[in-house]
Design a protein around this ligand. Structure first.
Ligand SMILES: [Zn+2]
Length: 275
């Protein structure tokens, strides 16, 4: 029984274990939309999938009422095409997969489904399409999406306080992501090959970042950075990665908890606004 309580990764569990876990109250499923895309010369193409798993596992354990569905490995990575090894889905395929995941998880008995993105390129699409999927299953389960930018900034703020700039932390295969990979999967991380990528301050300014991101989605990453890195991975450490993952998991858990309690917010709101 103790072992069952610790297990949260559905793909490592039997159907009986999953059934028992749901009956025991673990009726929230976390679905991570990751990616299979180039992550510079030093990180594997599965980086977003690996980190998505690590993050979701940490969150599920913090929540205590959640299991982690198998990570959706390829996501929307059109802007990384041109770097060998990148596999992208079309938006239609991606949305259909999200729908099929939700349908299967609802059939399994989950009452809450959280779709979160561990890859920025998936964020806009999960935010746009999840409400449509949620509507179909609204009588059986609550489904909501959390984009990357709802939880990633906490770790960037932490790094900035420690003297690591936003430019160095980066948004793709930079100091932040590389540190987390050194913590989670060091054997797949080649620090001897780590090089600086795009380190233009203008690109990473918080007020400019959305536009920078749209430019990279439109014209592809290769035009911005021939090595495929946004940021600077040099000097990344596993210790820092452990801390970053913890901060990110903490922030994400808070986000999930706030979504899981909408009725409380609603009733409070009613009392406050009599009109
Ligand atoms: Zn990534």
């Amino acid at each position: 029984m103790i072992e069952l309580a610790e297990k949260v990764l559905m793909e490592d569990m039997t159907w009986k274990e999953i059934e028992e876990a749901i009956k025991a109250g673990k009726d929230t499923a976390i679905v991570v939309a990751g990616s299979i895309e180039q992550h510079g010369p030093h990180l594997p193409t599965s980086t977003d999938t690996t980190l998505g798993y690590a993050l979701a596992e940490a969150c599920a354990k913090k929540l205590g009422n959640a299991l982690v569905a198998p990570v959706i490995r390829p996501g929307l990575s059109e802007h990384h095409i041109g770097f060998p090894g990148t596999i992208t889905l079309s938006i239609d395929t991606f949305v259909n997969i999200l729908y099929d995941y939700c349908e299967s998880l609802v059939e399994s008995g989950f009452k809450n489904i959280i779709i979160l993105s561990s890859h920025g390129g998936n964020s806009d699409t999960i935010i746009t399409y999840t409400p449509r999927i949620a509507k179909v299953f609204m009588d059986k389960a609550k489904i909501f999406a959390i984009p990357t930018d709802r939880y990633i900034n906490a770790s960037i703020d932490y790094l900035e306080k420690k003297g690591v700039s936003r430019v160095k932390a980066g948004v793709h295969a930079g100091y932040a992501e590389t540190s987390m990979m050194l913590h989670v999967k060091p054997q797949a991380t080649r620090m001897d090959l780590a090089v600086e990528g795009l380190a233009n301050e203008e690109f990473y300014k918080p007020e400019r970042l959305k536009i920078s991101q749209l430019e990279s989605f439109t014209y592809g990453l290769k035009r911005l950075t021939p090595v495929g890195v946004l940021g600077d991975p040099r000097g990344a450490t596993a210790e820092e990665g452990k801390k970053l993952l913890e901060i990110t998991a903490e922030k994400l858990t808070e986000e999930i908890k706030s979504f899981l309690k909408p009725s409380e917010t609603k009733s409070k709101h009613k009392k406050r606004s009599p009109q």
